[in-house]
Design a protein around this ligand. Sequence first.
Ligand code: TNX
Length: 570
Amino acid sequence: MTIDPTTVNPTDTLLPMPRQIERLAGTATLPRELRAKVATDAHREATIRALEQLPVRVVPVPSGQPAFVDVRVMPGVTPPEGYLLTVRADGITIAACDPAGVRHAVQTLRQLLPDAAFRQRPPDDTLWTLPCCDVSDHPRFAWRGALLDVARHFMPKHEVLRHIELLAMHKINRLQLHLTDEQGWRIESTRHPRLTEIGAWRHESQVSHHRDAPLFDGTPHGGIYSKADLREIHDYAADRGILLVPEIELPGHCGALIAAYPELGAPPVRDPQVLSTWGLHDTLVAPTEANFALLASILDEICDVLPGTYIHVGGDESRLTGWEQDPRVRDYAASRGLTSAAAMFGDFMQRIQAILTARGRTMITWDDSFATQQQISGTGAGDDALIMAWRGADVARRAAAAGRHVILAPVQPTYFDYAQSDSPTEPLAIGGPVTLADVAGWEPVPPDWRESERACVLGVQCQVWTEYIASPRRVDFMLYPRLCAFADVAWNGQATARTPRVAHHLGRLDAAGVEYRPIAGPHPWQQGGTGRLRHRVPAPMQAVLALHAQAADDGRTPDAATYQNFGAPA
Ligand code: TNX
């Protein structure tokens, strides 16, 4: 299906596309003062807030009085997050089983209006007309996530809030904030102030591609979210139906943490620094009783600030050789009868899980951690931590076959830090390409999976890692429009019409002020030119990943030399 912009029918351009939509004769026009009635007291405030996304003034009215919009929240009326929407010339009804469903219905309504409905200050002279229709809708996946890496490059709070607004527009319902890594620790701590005094900034950043001679910008970079900021981000997201999932990396990707508290590092590091280079590094957090006590205290403080169900604790890309070189770790392992690196890693993750379970939280890890568990126990079953599978469908299927809940986040095609085409007009990127067509054509669960394996798939997630993405403008460029196609996959829009709908949807993004990459290629000012962001041929990521898959399944992480052979980050 192609969408002809001259005869376009808004019901053909929705993104994500609802399950069922029937266009009826006639149109409705929103009154400038939108009288809204909410049947359920419990959800009145949330509903009014959701309706305020529409470009008119919302006036709540008590039951018994005439209203243009009538909202009912009734358990069981749809599957979770679903809604029934009717638009008639004389009024609109929304029925949903939960407040999330109401919000999604309002997002659909907004897309049925002219694109100007997406302006922060909608124009006064627009007639807010929409087609009469019946919509019946609910999502395919319960987990429709987006990861934003604020550790490699800090993004100011107001930009994170704006990012949340855009995710909600696409019915994304999870924001994983990658808050800690080698290159930065972003969370205020009262108990452990060195975490931000030391860990929240680095002297400079690597601006050279991993194939070039190292080049640094000589400019300090950093940033902190105070506890109040984080709580605000959490609440702001929750108001929009998005659950904030903090990611605290352990035991690898911990350079900033170890710079702040060097006693955590294994092998011992004399002058640990927040790293200004990208790629894999050798130092891990050492498993010792004292270190677990410190980690418990750090995680506890984060749990005090963020009430969400899930905490992601990384577990990826940990080169275990670091532990073997540390006598403290050898003593710890001996005291617990741990005889292999894999057993030590499994034990480490279990202890972190115990800390989170005591706080009523569910742990999430990258799939490397599952692969290690599988080596130890043979199955990897019997653990309720969620597995986020980044290395592809094979490891995801193994986790699902073991009865583990899985979130599909494969590099191809959900790594939106990768270049969007192989054209030299694309600016520097860490890998790729991942094209819009790759995303639009993605079927997350391969057809040969068994029913029992499919049932373990919680959902899907896309990621923006920010090694080479230093500003929110660049985040927009990398995310849009690929995120639009991703959102449609996550919700279950019709694959055949996906790309034309994305093209049409760009008008809404324009109105919202999103600096997306045009489908035909980057604007001149979005290209790398001849400067630091000049285009480079990306590393052969499939080969790098195959290497990763093999190494993680063998219980090791590829060493720097192997990486170098691929020209990939070391
Ligand atoms: C792999 S996915 C990583 C990140 C990098 C990303 C770059 C994963 C669990 N680790 O640390 O930022 O690749 O594309």
